[in-house]
Design a protein around this ligand. Structure first.
Ligand code: AMP
Ligand code: MG
Length: 421
């Protein structure tokens, strides 16, 4: 296990007083490690879990050639250019009830979608393209080609081939795929445990009487929501006041119970409270000023075996630093190998002032424009305490480190919230 100092030494130009966003990601990627304990769960319980082993397909799907349409199956070798084809209907193949007879060249079998293709037949003419009279059909010239409307054995998955890979986050599609292979349970990595608490003497818990200078805690609720969407097990340690003994007890409990600890508040430069002192006392922790907006200060390190993410206090800064840095790190800890969701490009509907030398995350409302391209407007006031802007937004406009001012019509990167927030 590398210390903070060792990781810092591996990063070129590491400057904790002004750390670019990509350096933060590189640092965290070196700091965290995936869990390795696993458990077997039923497919219904596997949604959002991370696969602990490769899944090899025990069968072929579909297990036999079958029809993609309701129609008539025949030997496509009979088709000739510019010629109609007349066939006698000699039977019916139903889904789940194959037709077992033999079929000669001038014959066909009525077939339903999903029914096994009768032996020797390779082509299906959809019902609506055939002229049917009594027990005969005729197909107009050049309407159908050999092999049309036949699904091939194993075209979804072939027996023995890789179906899903270790580290895959199990989506609704993956659950369906597992079930299609007849697999009822899968090994998944154990759920990550994440403890969180808010710090600050001015922070009120819900239900407490308002008092002069105090604000209600919102960070625990956004962090709870973000963590729950990620599928981790959450441990809520409440609001901890600026009291050394209470802070120490909270950190000790969190480090004992969780793989990761998320706190908010008390990590600003020159902050006169005990949060940083206790972090320093209990763990191996770096205190950063990140070249970003919102969310400059952040503490990162290890307390006991748990990874510490000490987020700033401002409500928007908490969410932005979570999305930009904590979320990718937690996904890595969960053992998830999925590549980061790609940023989208959208045309800015307004000019945006931006200083090169820091990454800015502006709350954006993204829509499809009349020209079919994405457009984005900001939500207005970008103050780091304006949580309403995160509710109005459906994504973050990411203005990269070296980027300068944005003019109307310029393309910008956006990180969409869909499924995350
Ligand atoms: P700090 O980083 O502790 O200086 O906090 C920065 C700002 O965020 C201050 O205005 C705090 O009152 C506010 N703040 C800190 N924690 C919370 C919280 N849990 N909920 C809402 N606001 C908070
Ligand atoms: Mg504070």
């Amino acid at each position: 296990m590398k210390t903070i100092e060792q990781i810092a030494a591996e990063l070129q130009g590491y400057d904790p007083q002004s750390l670019p966003a990509d350096a933060v990601l590189a640092f965290l990627a070196k700091l965290v490690e995936p869990v390795h304990e696993s458990e077997v769960v039923g497919v219904f319980d596997a949604l959002g879990r991370v696969l602990a082993q490769d899944v090899v397909s025990p069968i072929s799907v579909p297990p036999h050639d079958n029809s993609a349409m309701d129609g008539f199956a025949f030997d496509g070798g009979q088709l000739q250019a510019n010629q109609p084809l007349a066939l006698q209907v000699v039977g019916t193949a139903l889904a789940g009830k194959a037709w077992l007879g033999t079929v000669s060249a001038s014959q066909c079998v009525k077939i339903m979608t999903g029914a096994v293709m009768p032996v020797g037949l390779d082509t299906v003419v959809p019902q609506e393209l055939a002229q049917v009279s009594d027990s005969h059909i005729s197909i107009a010239p050049d309407l159908i080609q050999r092999g049309d409307n036949r699904r091939m054995l194993g075209e979804d998955l072939l027996q023995g081939h890789s179906a899903l890979q270790k580290g895959e986050l199990l989506t609704p599609a993956a659950l369906g795929l597992l079930a299609s292979l007849g697999i009822a349970s899968v090994p998944v990595l154990r759920r990550l445990r994440v403890a969180y608490f808010s710090t600050g003497d001015e922070i009120l818990s819900l239900g407490e009487a308002p008092r002069e200078g105090a604000v209600f805690d919102s960070n625990r609720y956004t962090v709870f929501g973000l963590l729950t969407r990620l599928g981790v097990q959450v441990i809520d340690l409440g609001v901890v006041p600026d009291d050394p003994a209470r802070l120490e007890a909270a950190f000790a409990q969190a480090a004992d119970q969780a793989d990761a600890i998320i706190t908010s508040g008390g990590v600003s430069v020159g902050e006169a409270d005990y949060t940083k002192t206790i972090m320093k006392k209990l763990g191996d922790v770096a205190f950063w000023k990140i070249a970003m907006r919102p969310g400059r200060p952040m503490a990162v390190g290890r307390i006991g075996k748990a990874i510490l993410f000490g987020l700033p206090g401002n409500p928007v800064a908490v969410m932005v630093t979570f999305l930009a840095f904590v979320r990718p790190a937690l996904l890595q800890m969960m053992g998830c190998r999925a590549a980061a969701t790609p940023l989208l490009r959208a045309r800015s509907l307004e000019p945006i002032r931006k200083k090169p030398g820091r990454t800015e995350y502006q709350r954006g409302i993204v829509r499809g424009g009349a020209d079919g391209c994405l457009q984005v407007a900001t939500t207005g006031n970008q103050g780091s305490g304006v949580l309403r802007s995160m509710v109005q937004a459906n994504g973050l406009i990411v203005l990269h480190h070296a980027q300068g001012n944005v003019a109307v019509g310029d393309e910008v990167d956006v990180m969409m919230f869909d499924g995350v927030i």
